[in-house]
Design a protein around this ligand. Sequence first.
Ligand SMILES: [Cu+2]
Length: 158
Amino acid sequence: MNKNLIIGIITVAILAVGGIYLMSNRSEPVPEAAIDEQELTVPENDSLVEETIVTPNQSDETMEEDSEVKTFEIDASNFKFSLSEIRVNRGDRVRIVLNNTGGIHNWVIDEFNAKTKQIEGPATDTVEFTADRTGTFEYYCSVGQHRQNGMVGQLIVE
Ligand SMILES: [Cu+2]
C-alpha cells in the first residue's frame, strides 16, 4: 500500500510538473509574439540598409560635382604642342586631352606623376591629375628628342 501511495504521490508530482510545463508553454507564445515584432523590426533595418545603399549614389553625385575638372585639349604634332601654357588653381582636377595629329607623341609632367600613353597620330589619349601644389612646371613630350626639339609647355598652378 505504501508503494501505491508513493506511486500516487509521484503521479501527482508528475501531473503538477506537467501542469507547470503546460503553463510555461502557454507563456511561450507571448515571447513568440515578441519575436514576431522583432522580425517586423528586421525589415525596417533592411530598409535602412537600402538607404545606406543610396548613400554611395549620393557620393557618386558628389564625385560628379567634383568633376569640375578643368579640361585642356592639346594638339601634338612634330614638334610642338598647340598649348604652350596652362593655368589652373591649386587643388584643381586637371584633364589633359592629347590629340596627336601626326607622329608619335605623349604628354608628360613629372611633378604630378602624370603622363599619357605614347600614341601614334591620328590618335587621342587622356590623363588626369590633381594640381595639388603651386608653381610653374614644365610638361613635355618624352619621345626621342622631342622635348629638346620644342615639345614643351608650362603648367602654372596658382
Ligand atoms: Cu613628341
